[in-house]
Each structure stands twice: as structure tokens, then as C-alpha cells.
Design a binder for this molecule. Sequence first.
Ligand SMILES: C[S@@+](CC[C@H](N)C(=O)[O-])C[C@H]1O[C@@H](n2cnc3c(N)ncnc32)[C@H](O)[C@@H]1O
Length: 280
Amino acid sequence: MTSRTTPRSPGTAARRPVGTVTRGTTNPNRLRRMDRWIAAAHGAELRRVADPVAVDLGYGAAPWTAVELLARLRSVAPHARVVGVEIDPARVAAARPYERDGLVFRHGGFEVPLAGRPSLIRAANVLRQYDEGEVAGVWERLCARLAPADPASGSRGGLLVEGTCDEIGRRHVWVALGPEGPRTVTFATRLGSLDRPSDLAERLPKALIHRNVSGEPVHAFLRDFDRAWAAAAPYASYGARQRWMRAVRDLTADWPVVDGPVRWRQGEVTVAWGALAPLG
Ligand SMILES: C[S@@+](CC[C@H](N)C(=O)[O-])C[C@H]1O[C@@H](n2cnc3c(N)ncnc32)[C@H](O)[C@@H]1O
């Protein structure tokens, strides 16, 4: 299925969006965990630039996630703007009445039809419907559209956040990538809904979901996470949050966890991509 994301010949590329229309399932507040993480992890970068532009790529049958992304980004970067990009023209037409200060909708695909290079591209529940073999090419294409790093100013450049969640956003896993490529994987969950951390396996992004098999790093990580969760069972009497925090703290002995208790309290943990990347 690589033809779906293969660049088209010059002359047609500008007119024909790259990608395929897929199911438009979305829900209000579905992406709150991802939005909050982006605001925390990328807020300083968004404040650094004069005109911070964020793309909600593949916002779906209704524009809720783009509207909410704008509000959450503006809470940390008051000048942020959001461009909702959808490959289905009918969904763009349906979203247009919701345009407002800082929010517009555009027809397009993985080419990201903007004049400049955005500070953020968020693609939630989009690649899940593509083939695993297409992911690397799409990541490369989207990363090349991000604002570049500027070491002189301390900027690491734009961020691509690509991942998957359940229909109401209780379980989420996403990969964050910079202009240079993948950086981290974040697991985020409503703790009250969790039997064990490997419940999140069904929401792994496309790059990892077929790799949750013995011998692959992501499988070993979820196995160790379940063991740490079981060992932390005595903390359950203080609540699922305390149990999660204890389990994550134990995980740090063997896995490169890159965040700390402030995020763990939210039911999150972020791990360096290199530790979970598929073999081969
Ligand atoms: C399942 S919906 C996700 C909606 C929203 N992001 C969410 O998580 O609730 C996926 C949407 O991505 C759109 N899509 C698929 N490929 C795309 C592409 N290459 N560029 C832009 N949109 C795309 C589909 O048309 C569909 O509306």
C-alpha cells in the first residue's frame, strides 16, 4: 500500500493531498491527555517563536479536537494558532463554520499544505488505519515539514506527536518526533480504568502495535511494567495513582524513563524511543 504515501509527480502534488480518506471517528475531549502533555512538553518551544503554528492533521468528522487543541495551547502560548488539516473535503466544509481567531481548516494530507513550517504537527488516530510499512515514510515526510532546530537560540525545533487512543481517550500511547526523528514514547491512562499497564498495548501506535511480541523491546517493556505493577500492589490501598508512581519508579532501574513524578501523577510515563524501537 506504499503508493498511498508515495509523492506524486510534480504539478499534481500541490493539488492532490497525500494519503487516503479513512474513518472519521472522533469525540469531544478525546485527546485531552495528549493536549495536556503537548502543552507541558512543548509549551516553552511554542512561546519561543513569534508565530507558533500547530497542525491538527486528520481531525476527523467533526472539528472538536482542533478547537480543544487551540484552547489548551493558548493556555501556555497565548499567540498559538491551529490549522486543522483533513484529507476529506466534506469534513473540511463541515468544520469551516467553527473557524475563529487562531483556528482555520484546510484540505490536505501528509504534504501539510501550509506556507511555513509548523511548530507542532499532531496526528492522532490517523496512521492506525494505514499499513505498518507506510509509517516510516510518513514520519519522515512530516518531520521534514517541522520547524528546524536552531541551536543558537536553544530551540530543538518543531514536534510531531503521532499516536492512538480509545474512543473516549482513557488510554493513549503516542510517539514524539523532532526534525531529527523519533524521540520518545508516552503511555497515558486514566488510572482508575487500568487492570494492568499492558492494557495499553491495544492502543500502541502503528509503529509498535505489531511488535508487541516476544523478543521485541516494547513487549519486554510492557512485561516489566506489569511485573512492577504487581510488585507495587501494596500501594493500591493508597489509590491507583500511588501504585502507578511506585511501579514507574521501579521501572526507572532498567528503562530510560525521561520524565518524573509530576507527569507520573497524571497517569503518564515517557520513555526514550531508542529503548522501545522495533528490532530490524
Ligand atoms: C479516526 S479519525 C481521527 C480524528 C481525530 N484525530 C481523533 O483522534 O479523534 C482519522 C481522520 O484522519 C483523516 N486522514 C487520514 N489520512 C489523512 C492524511 N493523510 N491527511 C489528513 N487527514 C487524514 C481521515 O480522513 C479521518 O478523518
